[in-house]
Design a protein around this ligand. Structure first.
Ligand code: BGC
Length: 395
């Protein structure tokens, strides 16, 4: 007789994934008289306690089964605890089955030991060193945000491990992710100083290969965050085969090093809990601040619109593009995806943003990464960053 044990785990992230464990047991010997204990053939020279050895065999089998069950459970949690253990909710109005990490799932505690892997795609850096692995508990979570950092000049001296352009590669292992951090920028010198001071140690603890691109808008026209992102992505990909794009505001610094700066199958909204919004999402569809996607995802949605001049709306339009192309959005729990917003005067919102947003869908195909017009006026490969000084053209 064969006894088959089947375990079924269901994970909300993967839908109803089934994992099966089959254990084959030999048929137990049955005695002919049911009232008597089962007869076991006696080995030569063995003690007459046949029921003892039978019991021992059964005990051993039981221990093996329990051991296998525990191993299976551990493996399951090891892999999925971080990404999957948080409940997803489906936006009821969405015909595209948009799935989210539910924000109220964040009270759950999650124990994980996760090795970085998978999401980032091919690593074309043919290094002989072993792939980097990351033990999340050893990262110790929360990190201090220093609002009075040393000057950029001083910081440059503190980072001999960086190569020009703010580029880093782990020394003893091959990074599993190549990440371009893209920062639209103008007139925020203090924020930039605090940002790079925070980010280099942060990203290095995550054992990433990365570079920081600061895309500075020249001239006096209204700021165009979306367009600067498009420029940053195009220019960064010309320089290096990045497999992950971190679209990042300069005034946001992550508070928890478990907030991995990597790309996953659905684009990820990173800045879930920001100090300025009391560590809550301002609204469910919020996609601003910091988000992560692969170059393939970014290209598929045609990047940001180039039409949003002035403050607001371009991130909402990006969200609509993601939805329109049938992509889901993932989020880490808010206890991990925490950000300090560095203080600044609130910008005046652009009055055009609602009209632009409403008419956005008509332009998804023609307006974006494939239509951005710009001129790079200057490229500075500094120790801490690559600075792209760029003139944007209205189209
Ligand atoms: C704007 C977004 C902004 C959000 C949060 C919205 O009204 O359209 O661009 O990110 O508010 O401040």
């Amino acid at each position: 007789m064969v006894l088959v044990l089947t375990l079924q785990f269901s994970s909300s992230y993967h839908g109803h994934s089934k994992k099966s464990l089959c254990v084959y047991l030999p048929q137990p010997t049955m005695s002919s008289a049911p009232a008597e204990p089962p007869s076991v053939p006696r080995r030569e020279g063995s003690a007459p306690c046949s029921s003892c050895s039978e019991a021992r065999r059964w005990k051993l089998q039981l221990v093996t089964i329990v051991g296998l069950l525990m191993a299976q459970t551990l493996l399951y949690y090891n892999d999925s605890a971080f990404y999957d253990a948080h409940r997803w909710s489906v936006l009821p109005s969405s015909p595209l089955r948009l799935r989210w990490f539910s924000d109220n799932s964040t009270t759950q505690s999650f124990a994980y030991s996760l090795s970085l892997g998978g999401g980032g795609g091919n690593n074309t850096h043919h290094d002989t060193s072993p792939p980097c692995t990351l033990n999340l508990p050893s990262l110790k979570g929360r990190v201090q945000v220093n609002r009075n950092p040393p000057s950029l000049k001083e910081q440059e001296r503190e980072h001999p491990e960086l190569t020009l352009g703010g580029y880093y590669q782990p020394e003893n292992c091959t990074a599993r992710h190549k990440v371009a951090i893209i920062i639209p920028y103008r007139n925020r010198a203090n924020h930039l100083t605090a940002f790079v001071h925070h980010m280099h140690p942060f990203l290095q603890r995550q054992q990433l290969e990365y570079a920081i691109y600061v895309v500075e808008q020249a001239g006096n026209d209204s700021f165009n965050r979306g367009m600067l992102m498009n420029v940053g992505v195009l220019e960064a990909l010309k320089q290096h085969p990045f497999d992950c794009l971190l679209l990042h505001d300069v005034d946001l610094v992550p508070e928890d090093v478990r907030n991995l700066y990597t790309c996953s199958e659905p684009p990820r909204h990173m800045s879930v809990a920001m100090s300025t919004y009391n560590y809550r999402l301002p609204y469910q569809k919020y996609f601003g601040g910091v988000s992560a996607m692969t170059p393939e995802q970014y290209t598929a949605i045609n990047g940001f619109s180039n039409k949003f001049w002035g403050w607001g709306g371009e991130d909402d339009d990006l969200f609509n593009r993601v939805r329109h192309h049938g992509l889901n959005v993932s989020r880490y729990p808010s206890e991990v995806a925490r950000y300090t917003m560095l203080s600044h005067k609130k910008e005046k919102p652009s009055p055009d943003r609602y009209t632009n947003l409403r008419l956005g869908k008509r332009r998804f195909k023609k307006d974006g990464l494939n239509s951005v017009k710009y001129q790079i006026l200057k490229t500075e490969r500094r120790r801490l960053i690559t600075l792209l000084f760029v003139a944007l053209a209205r189209t």
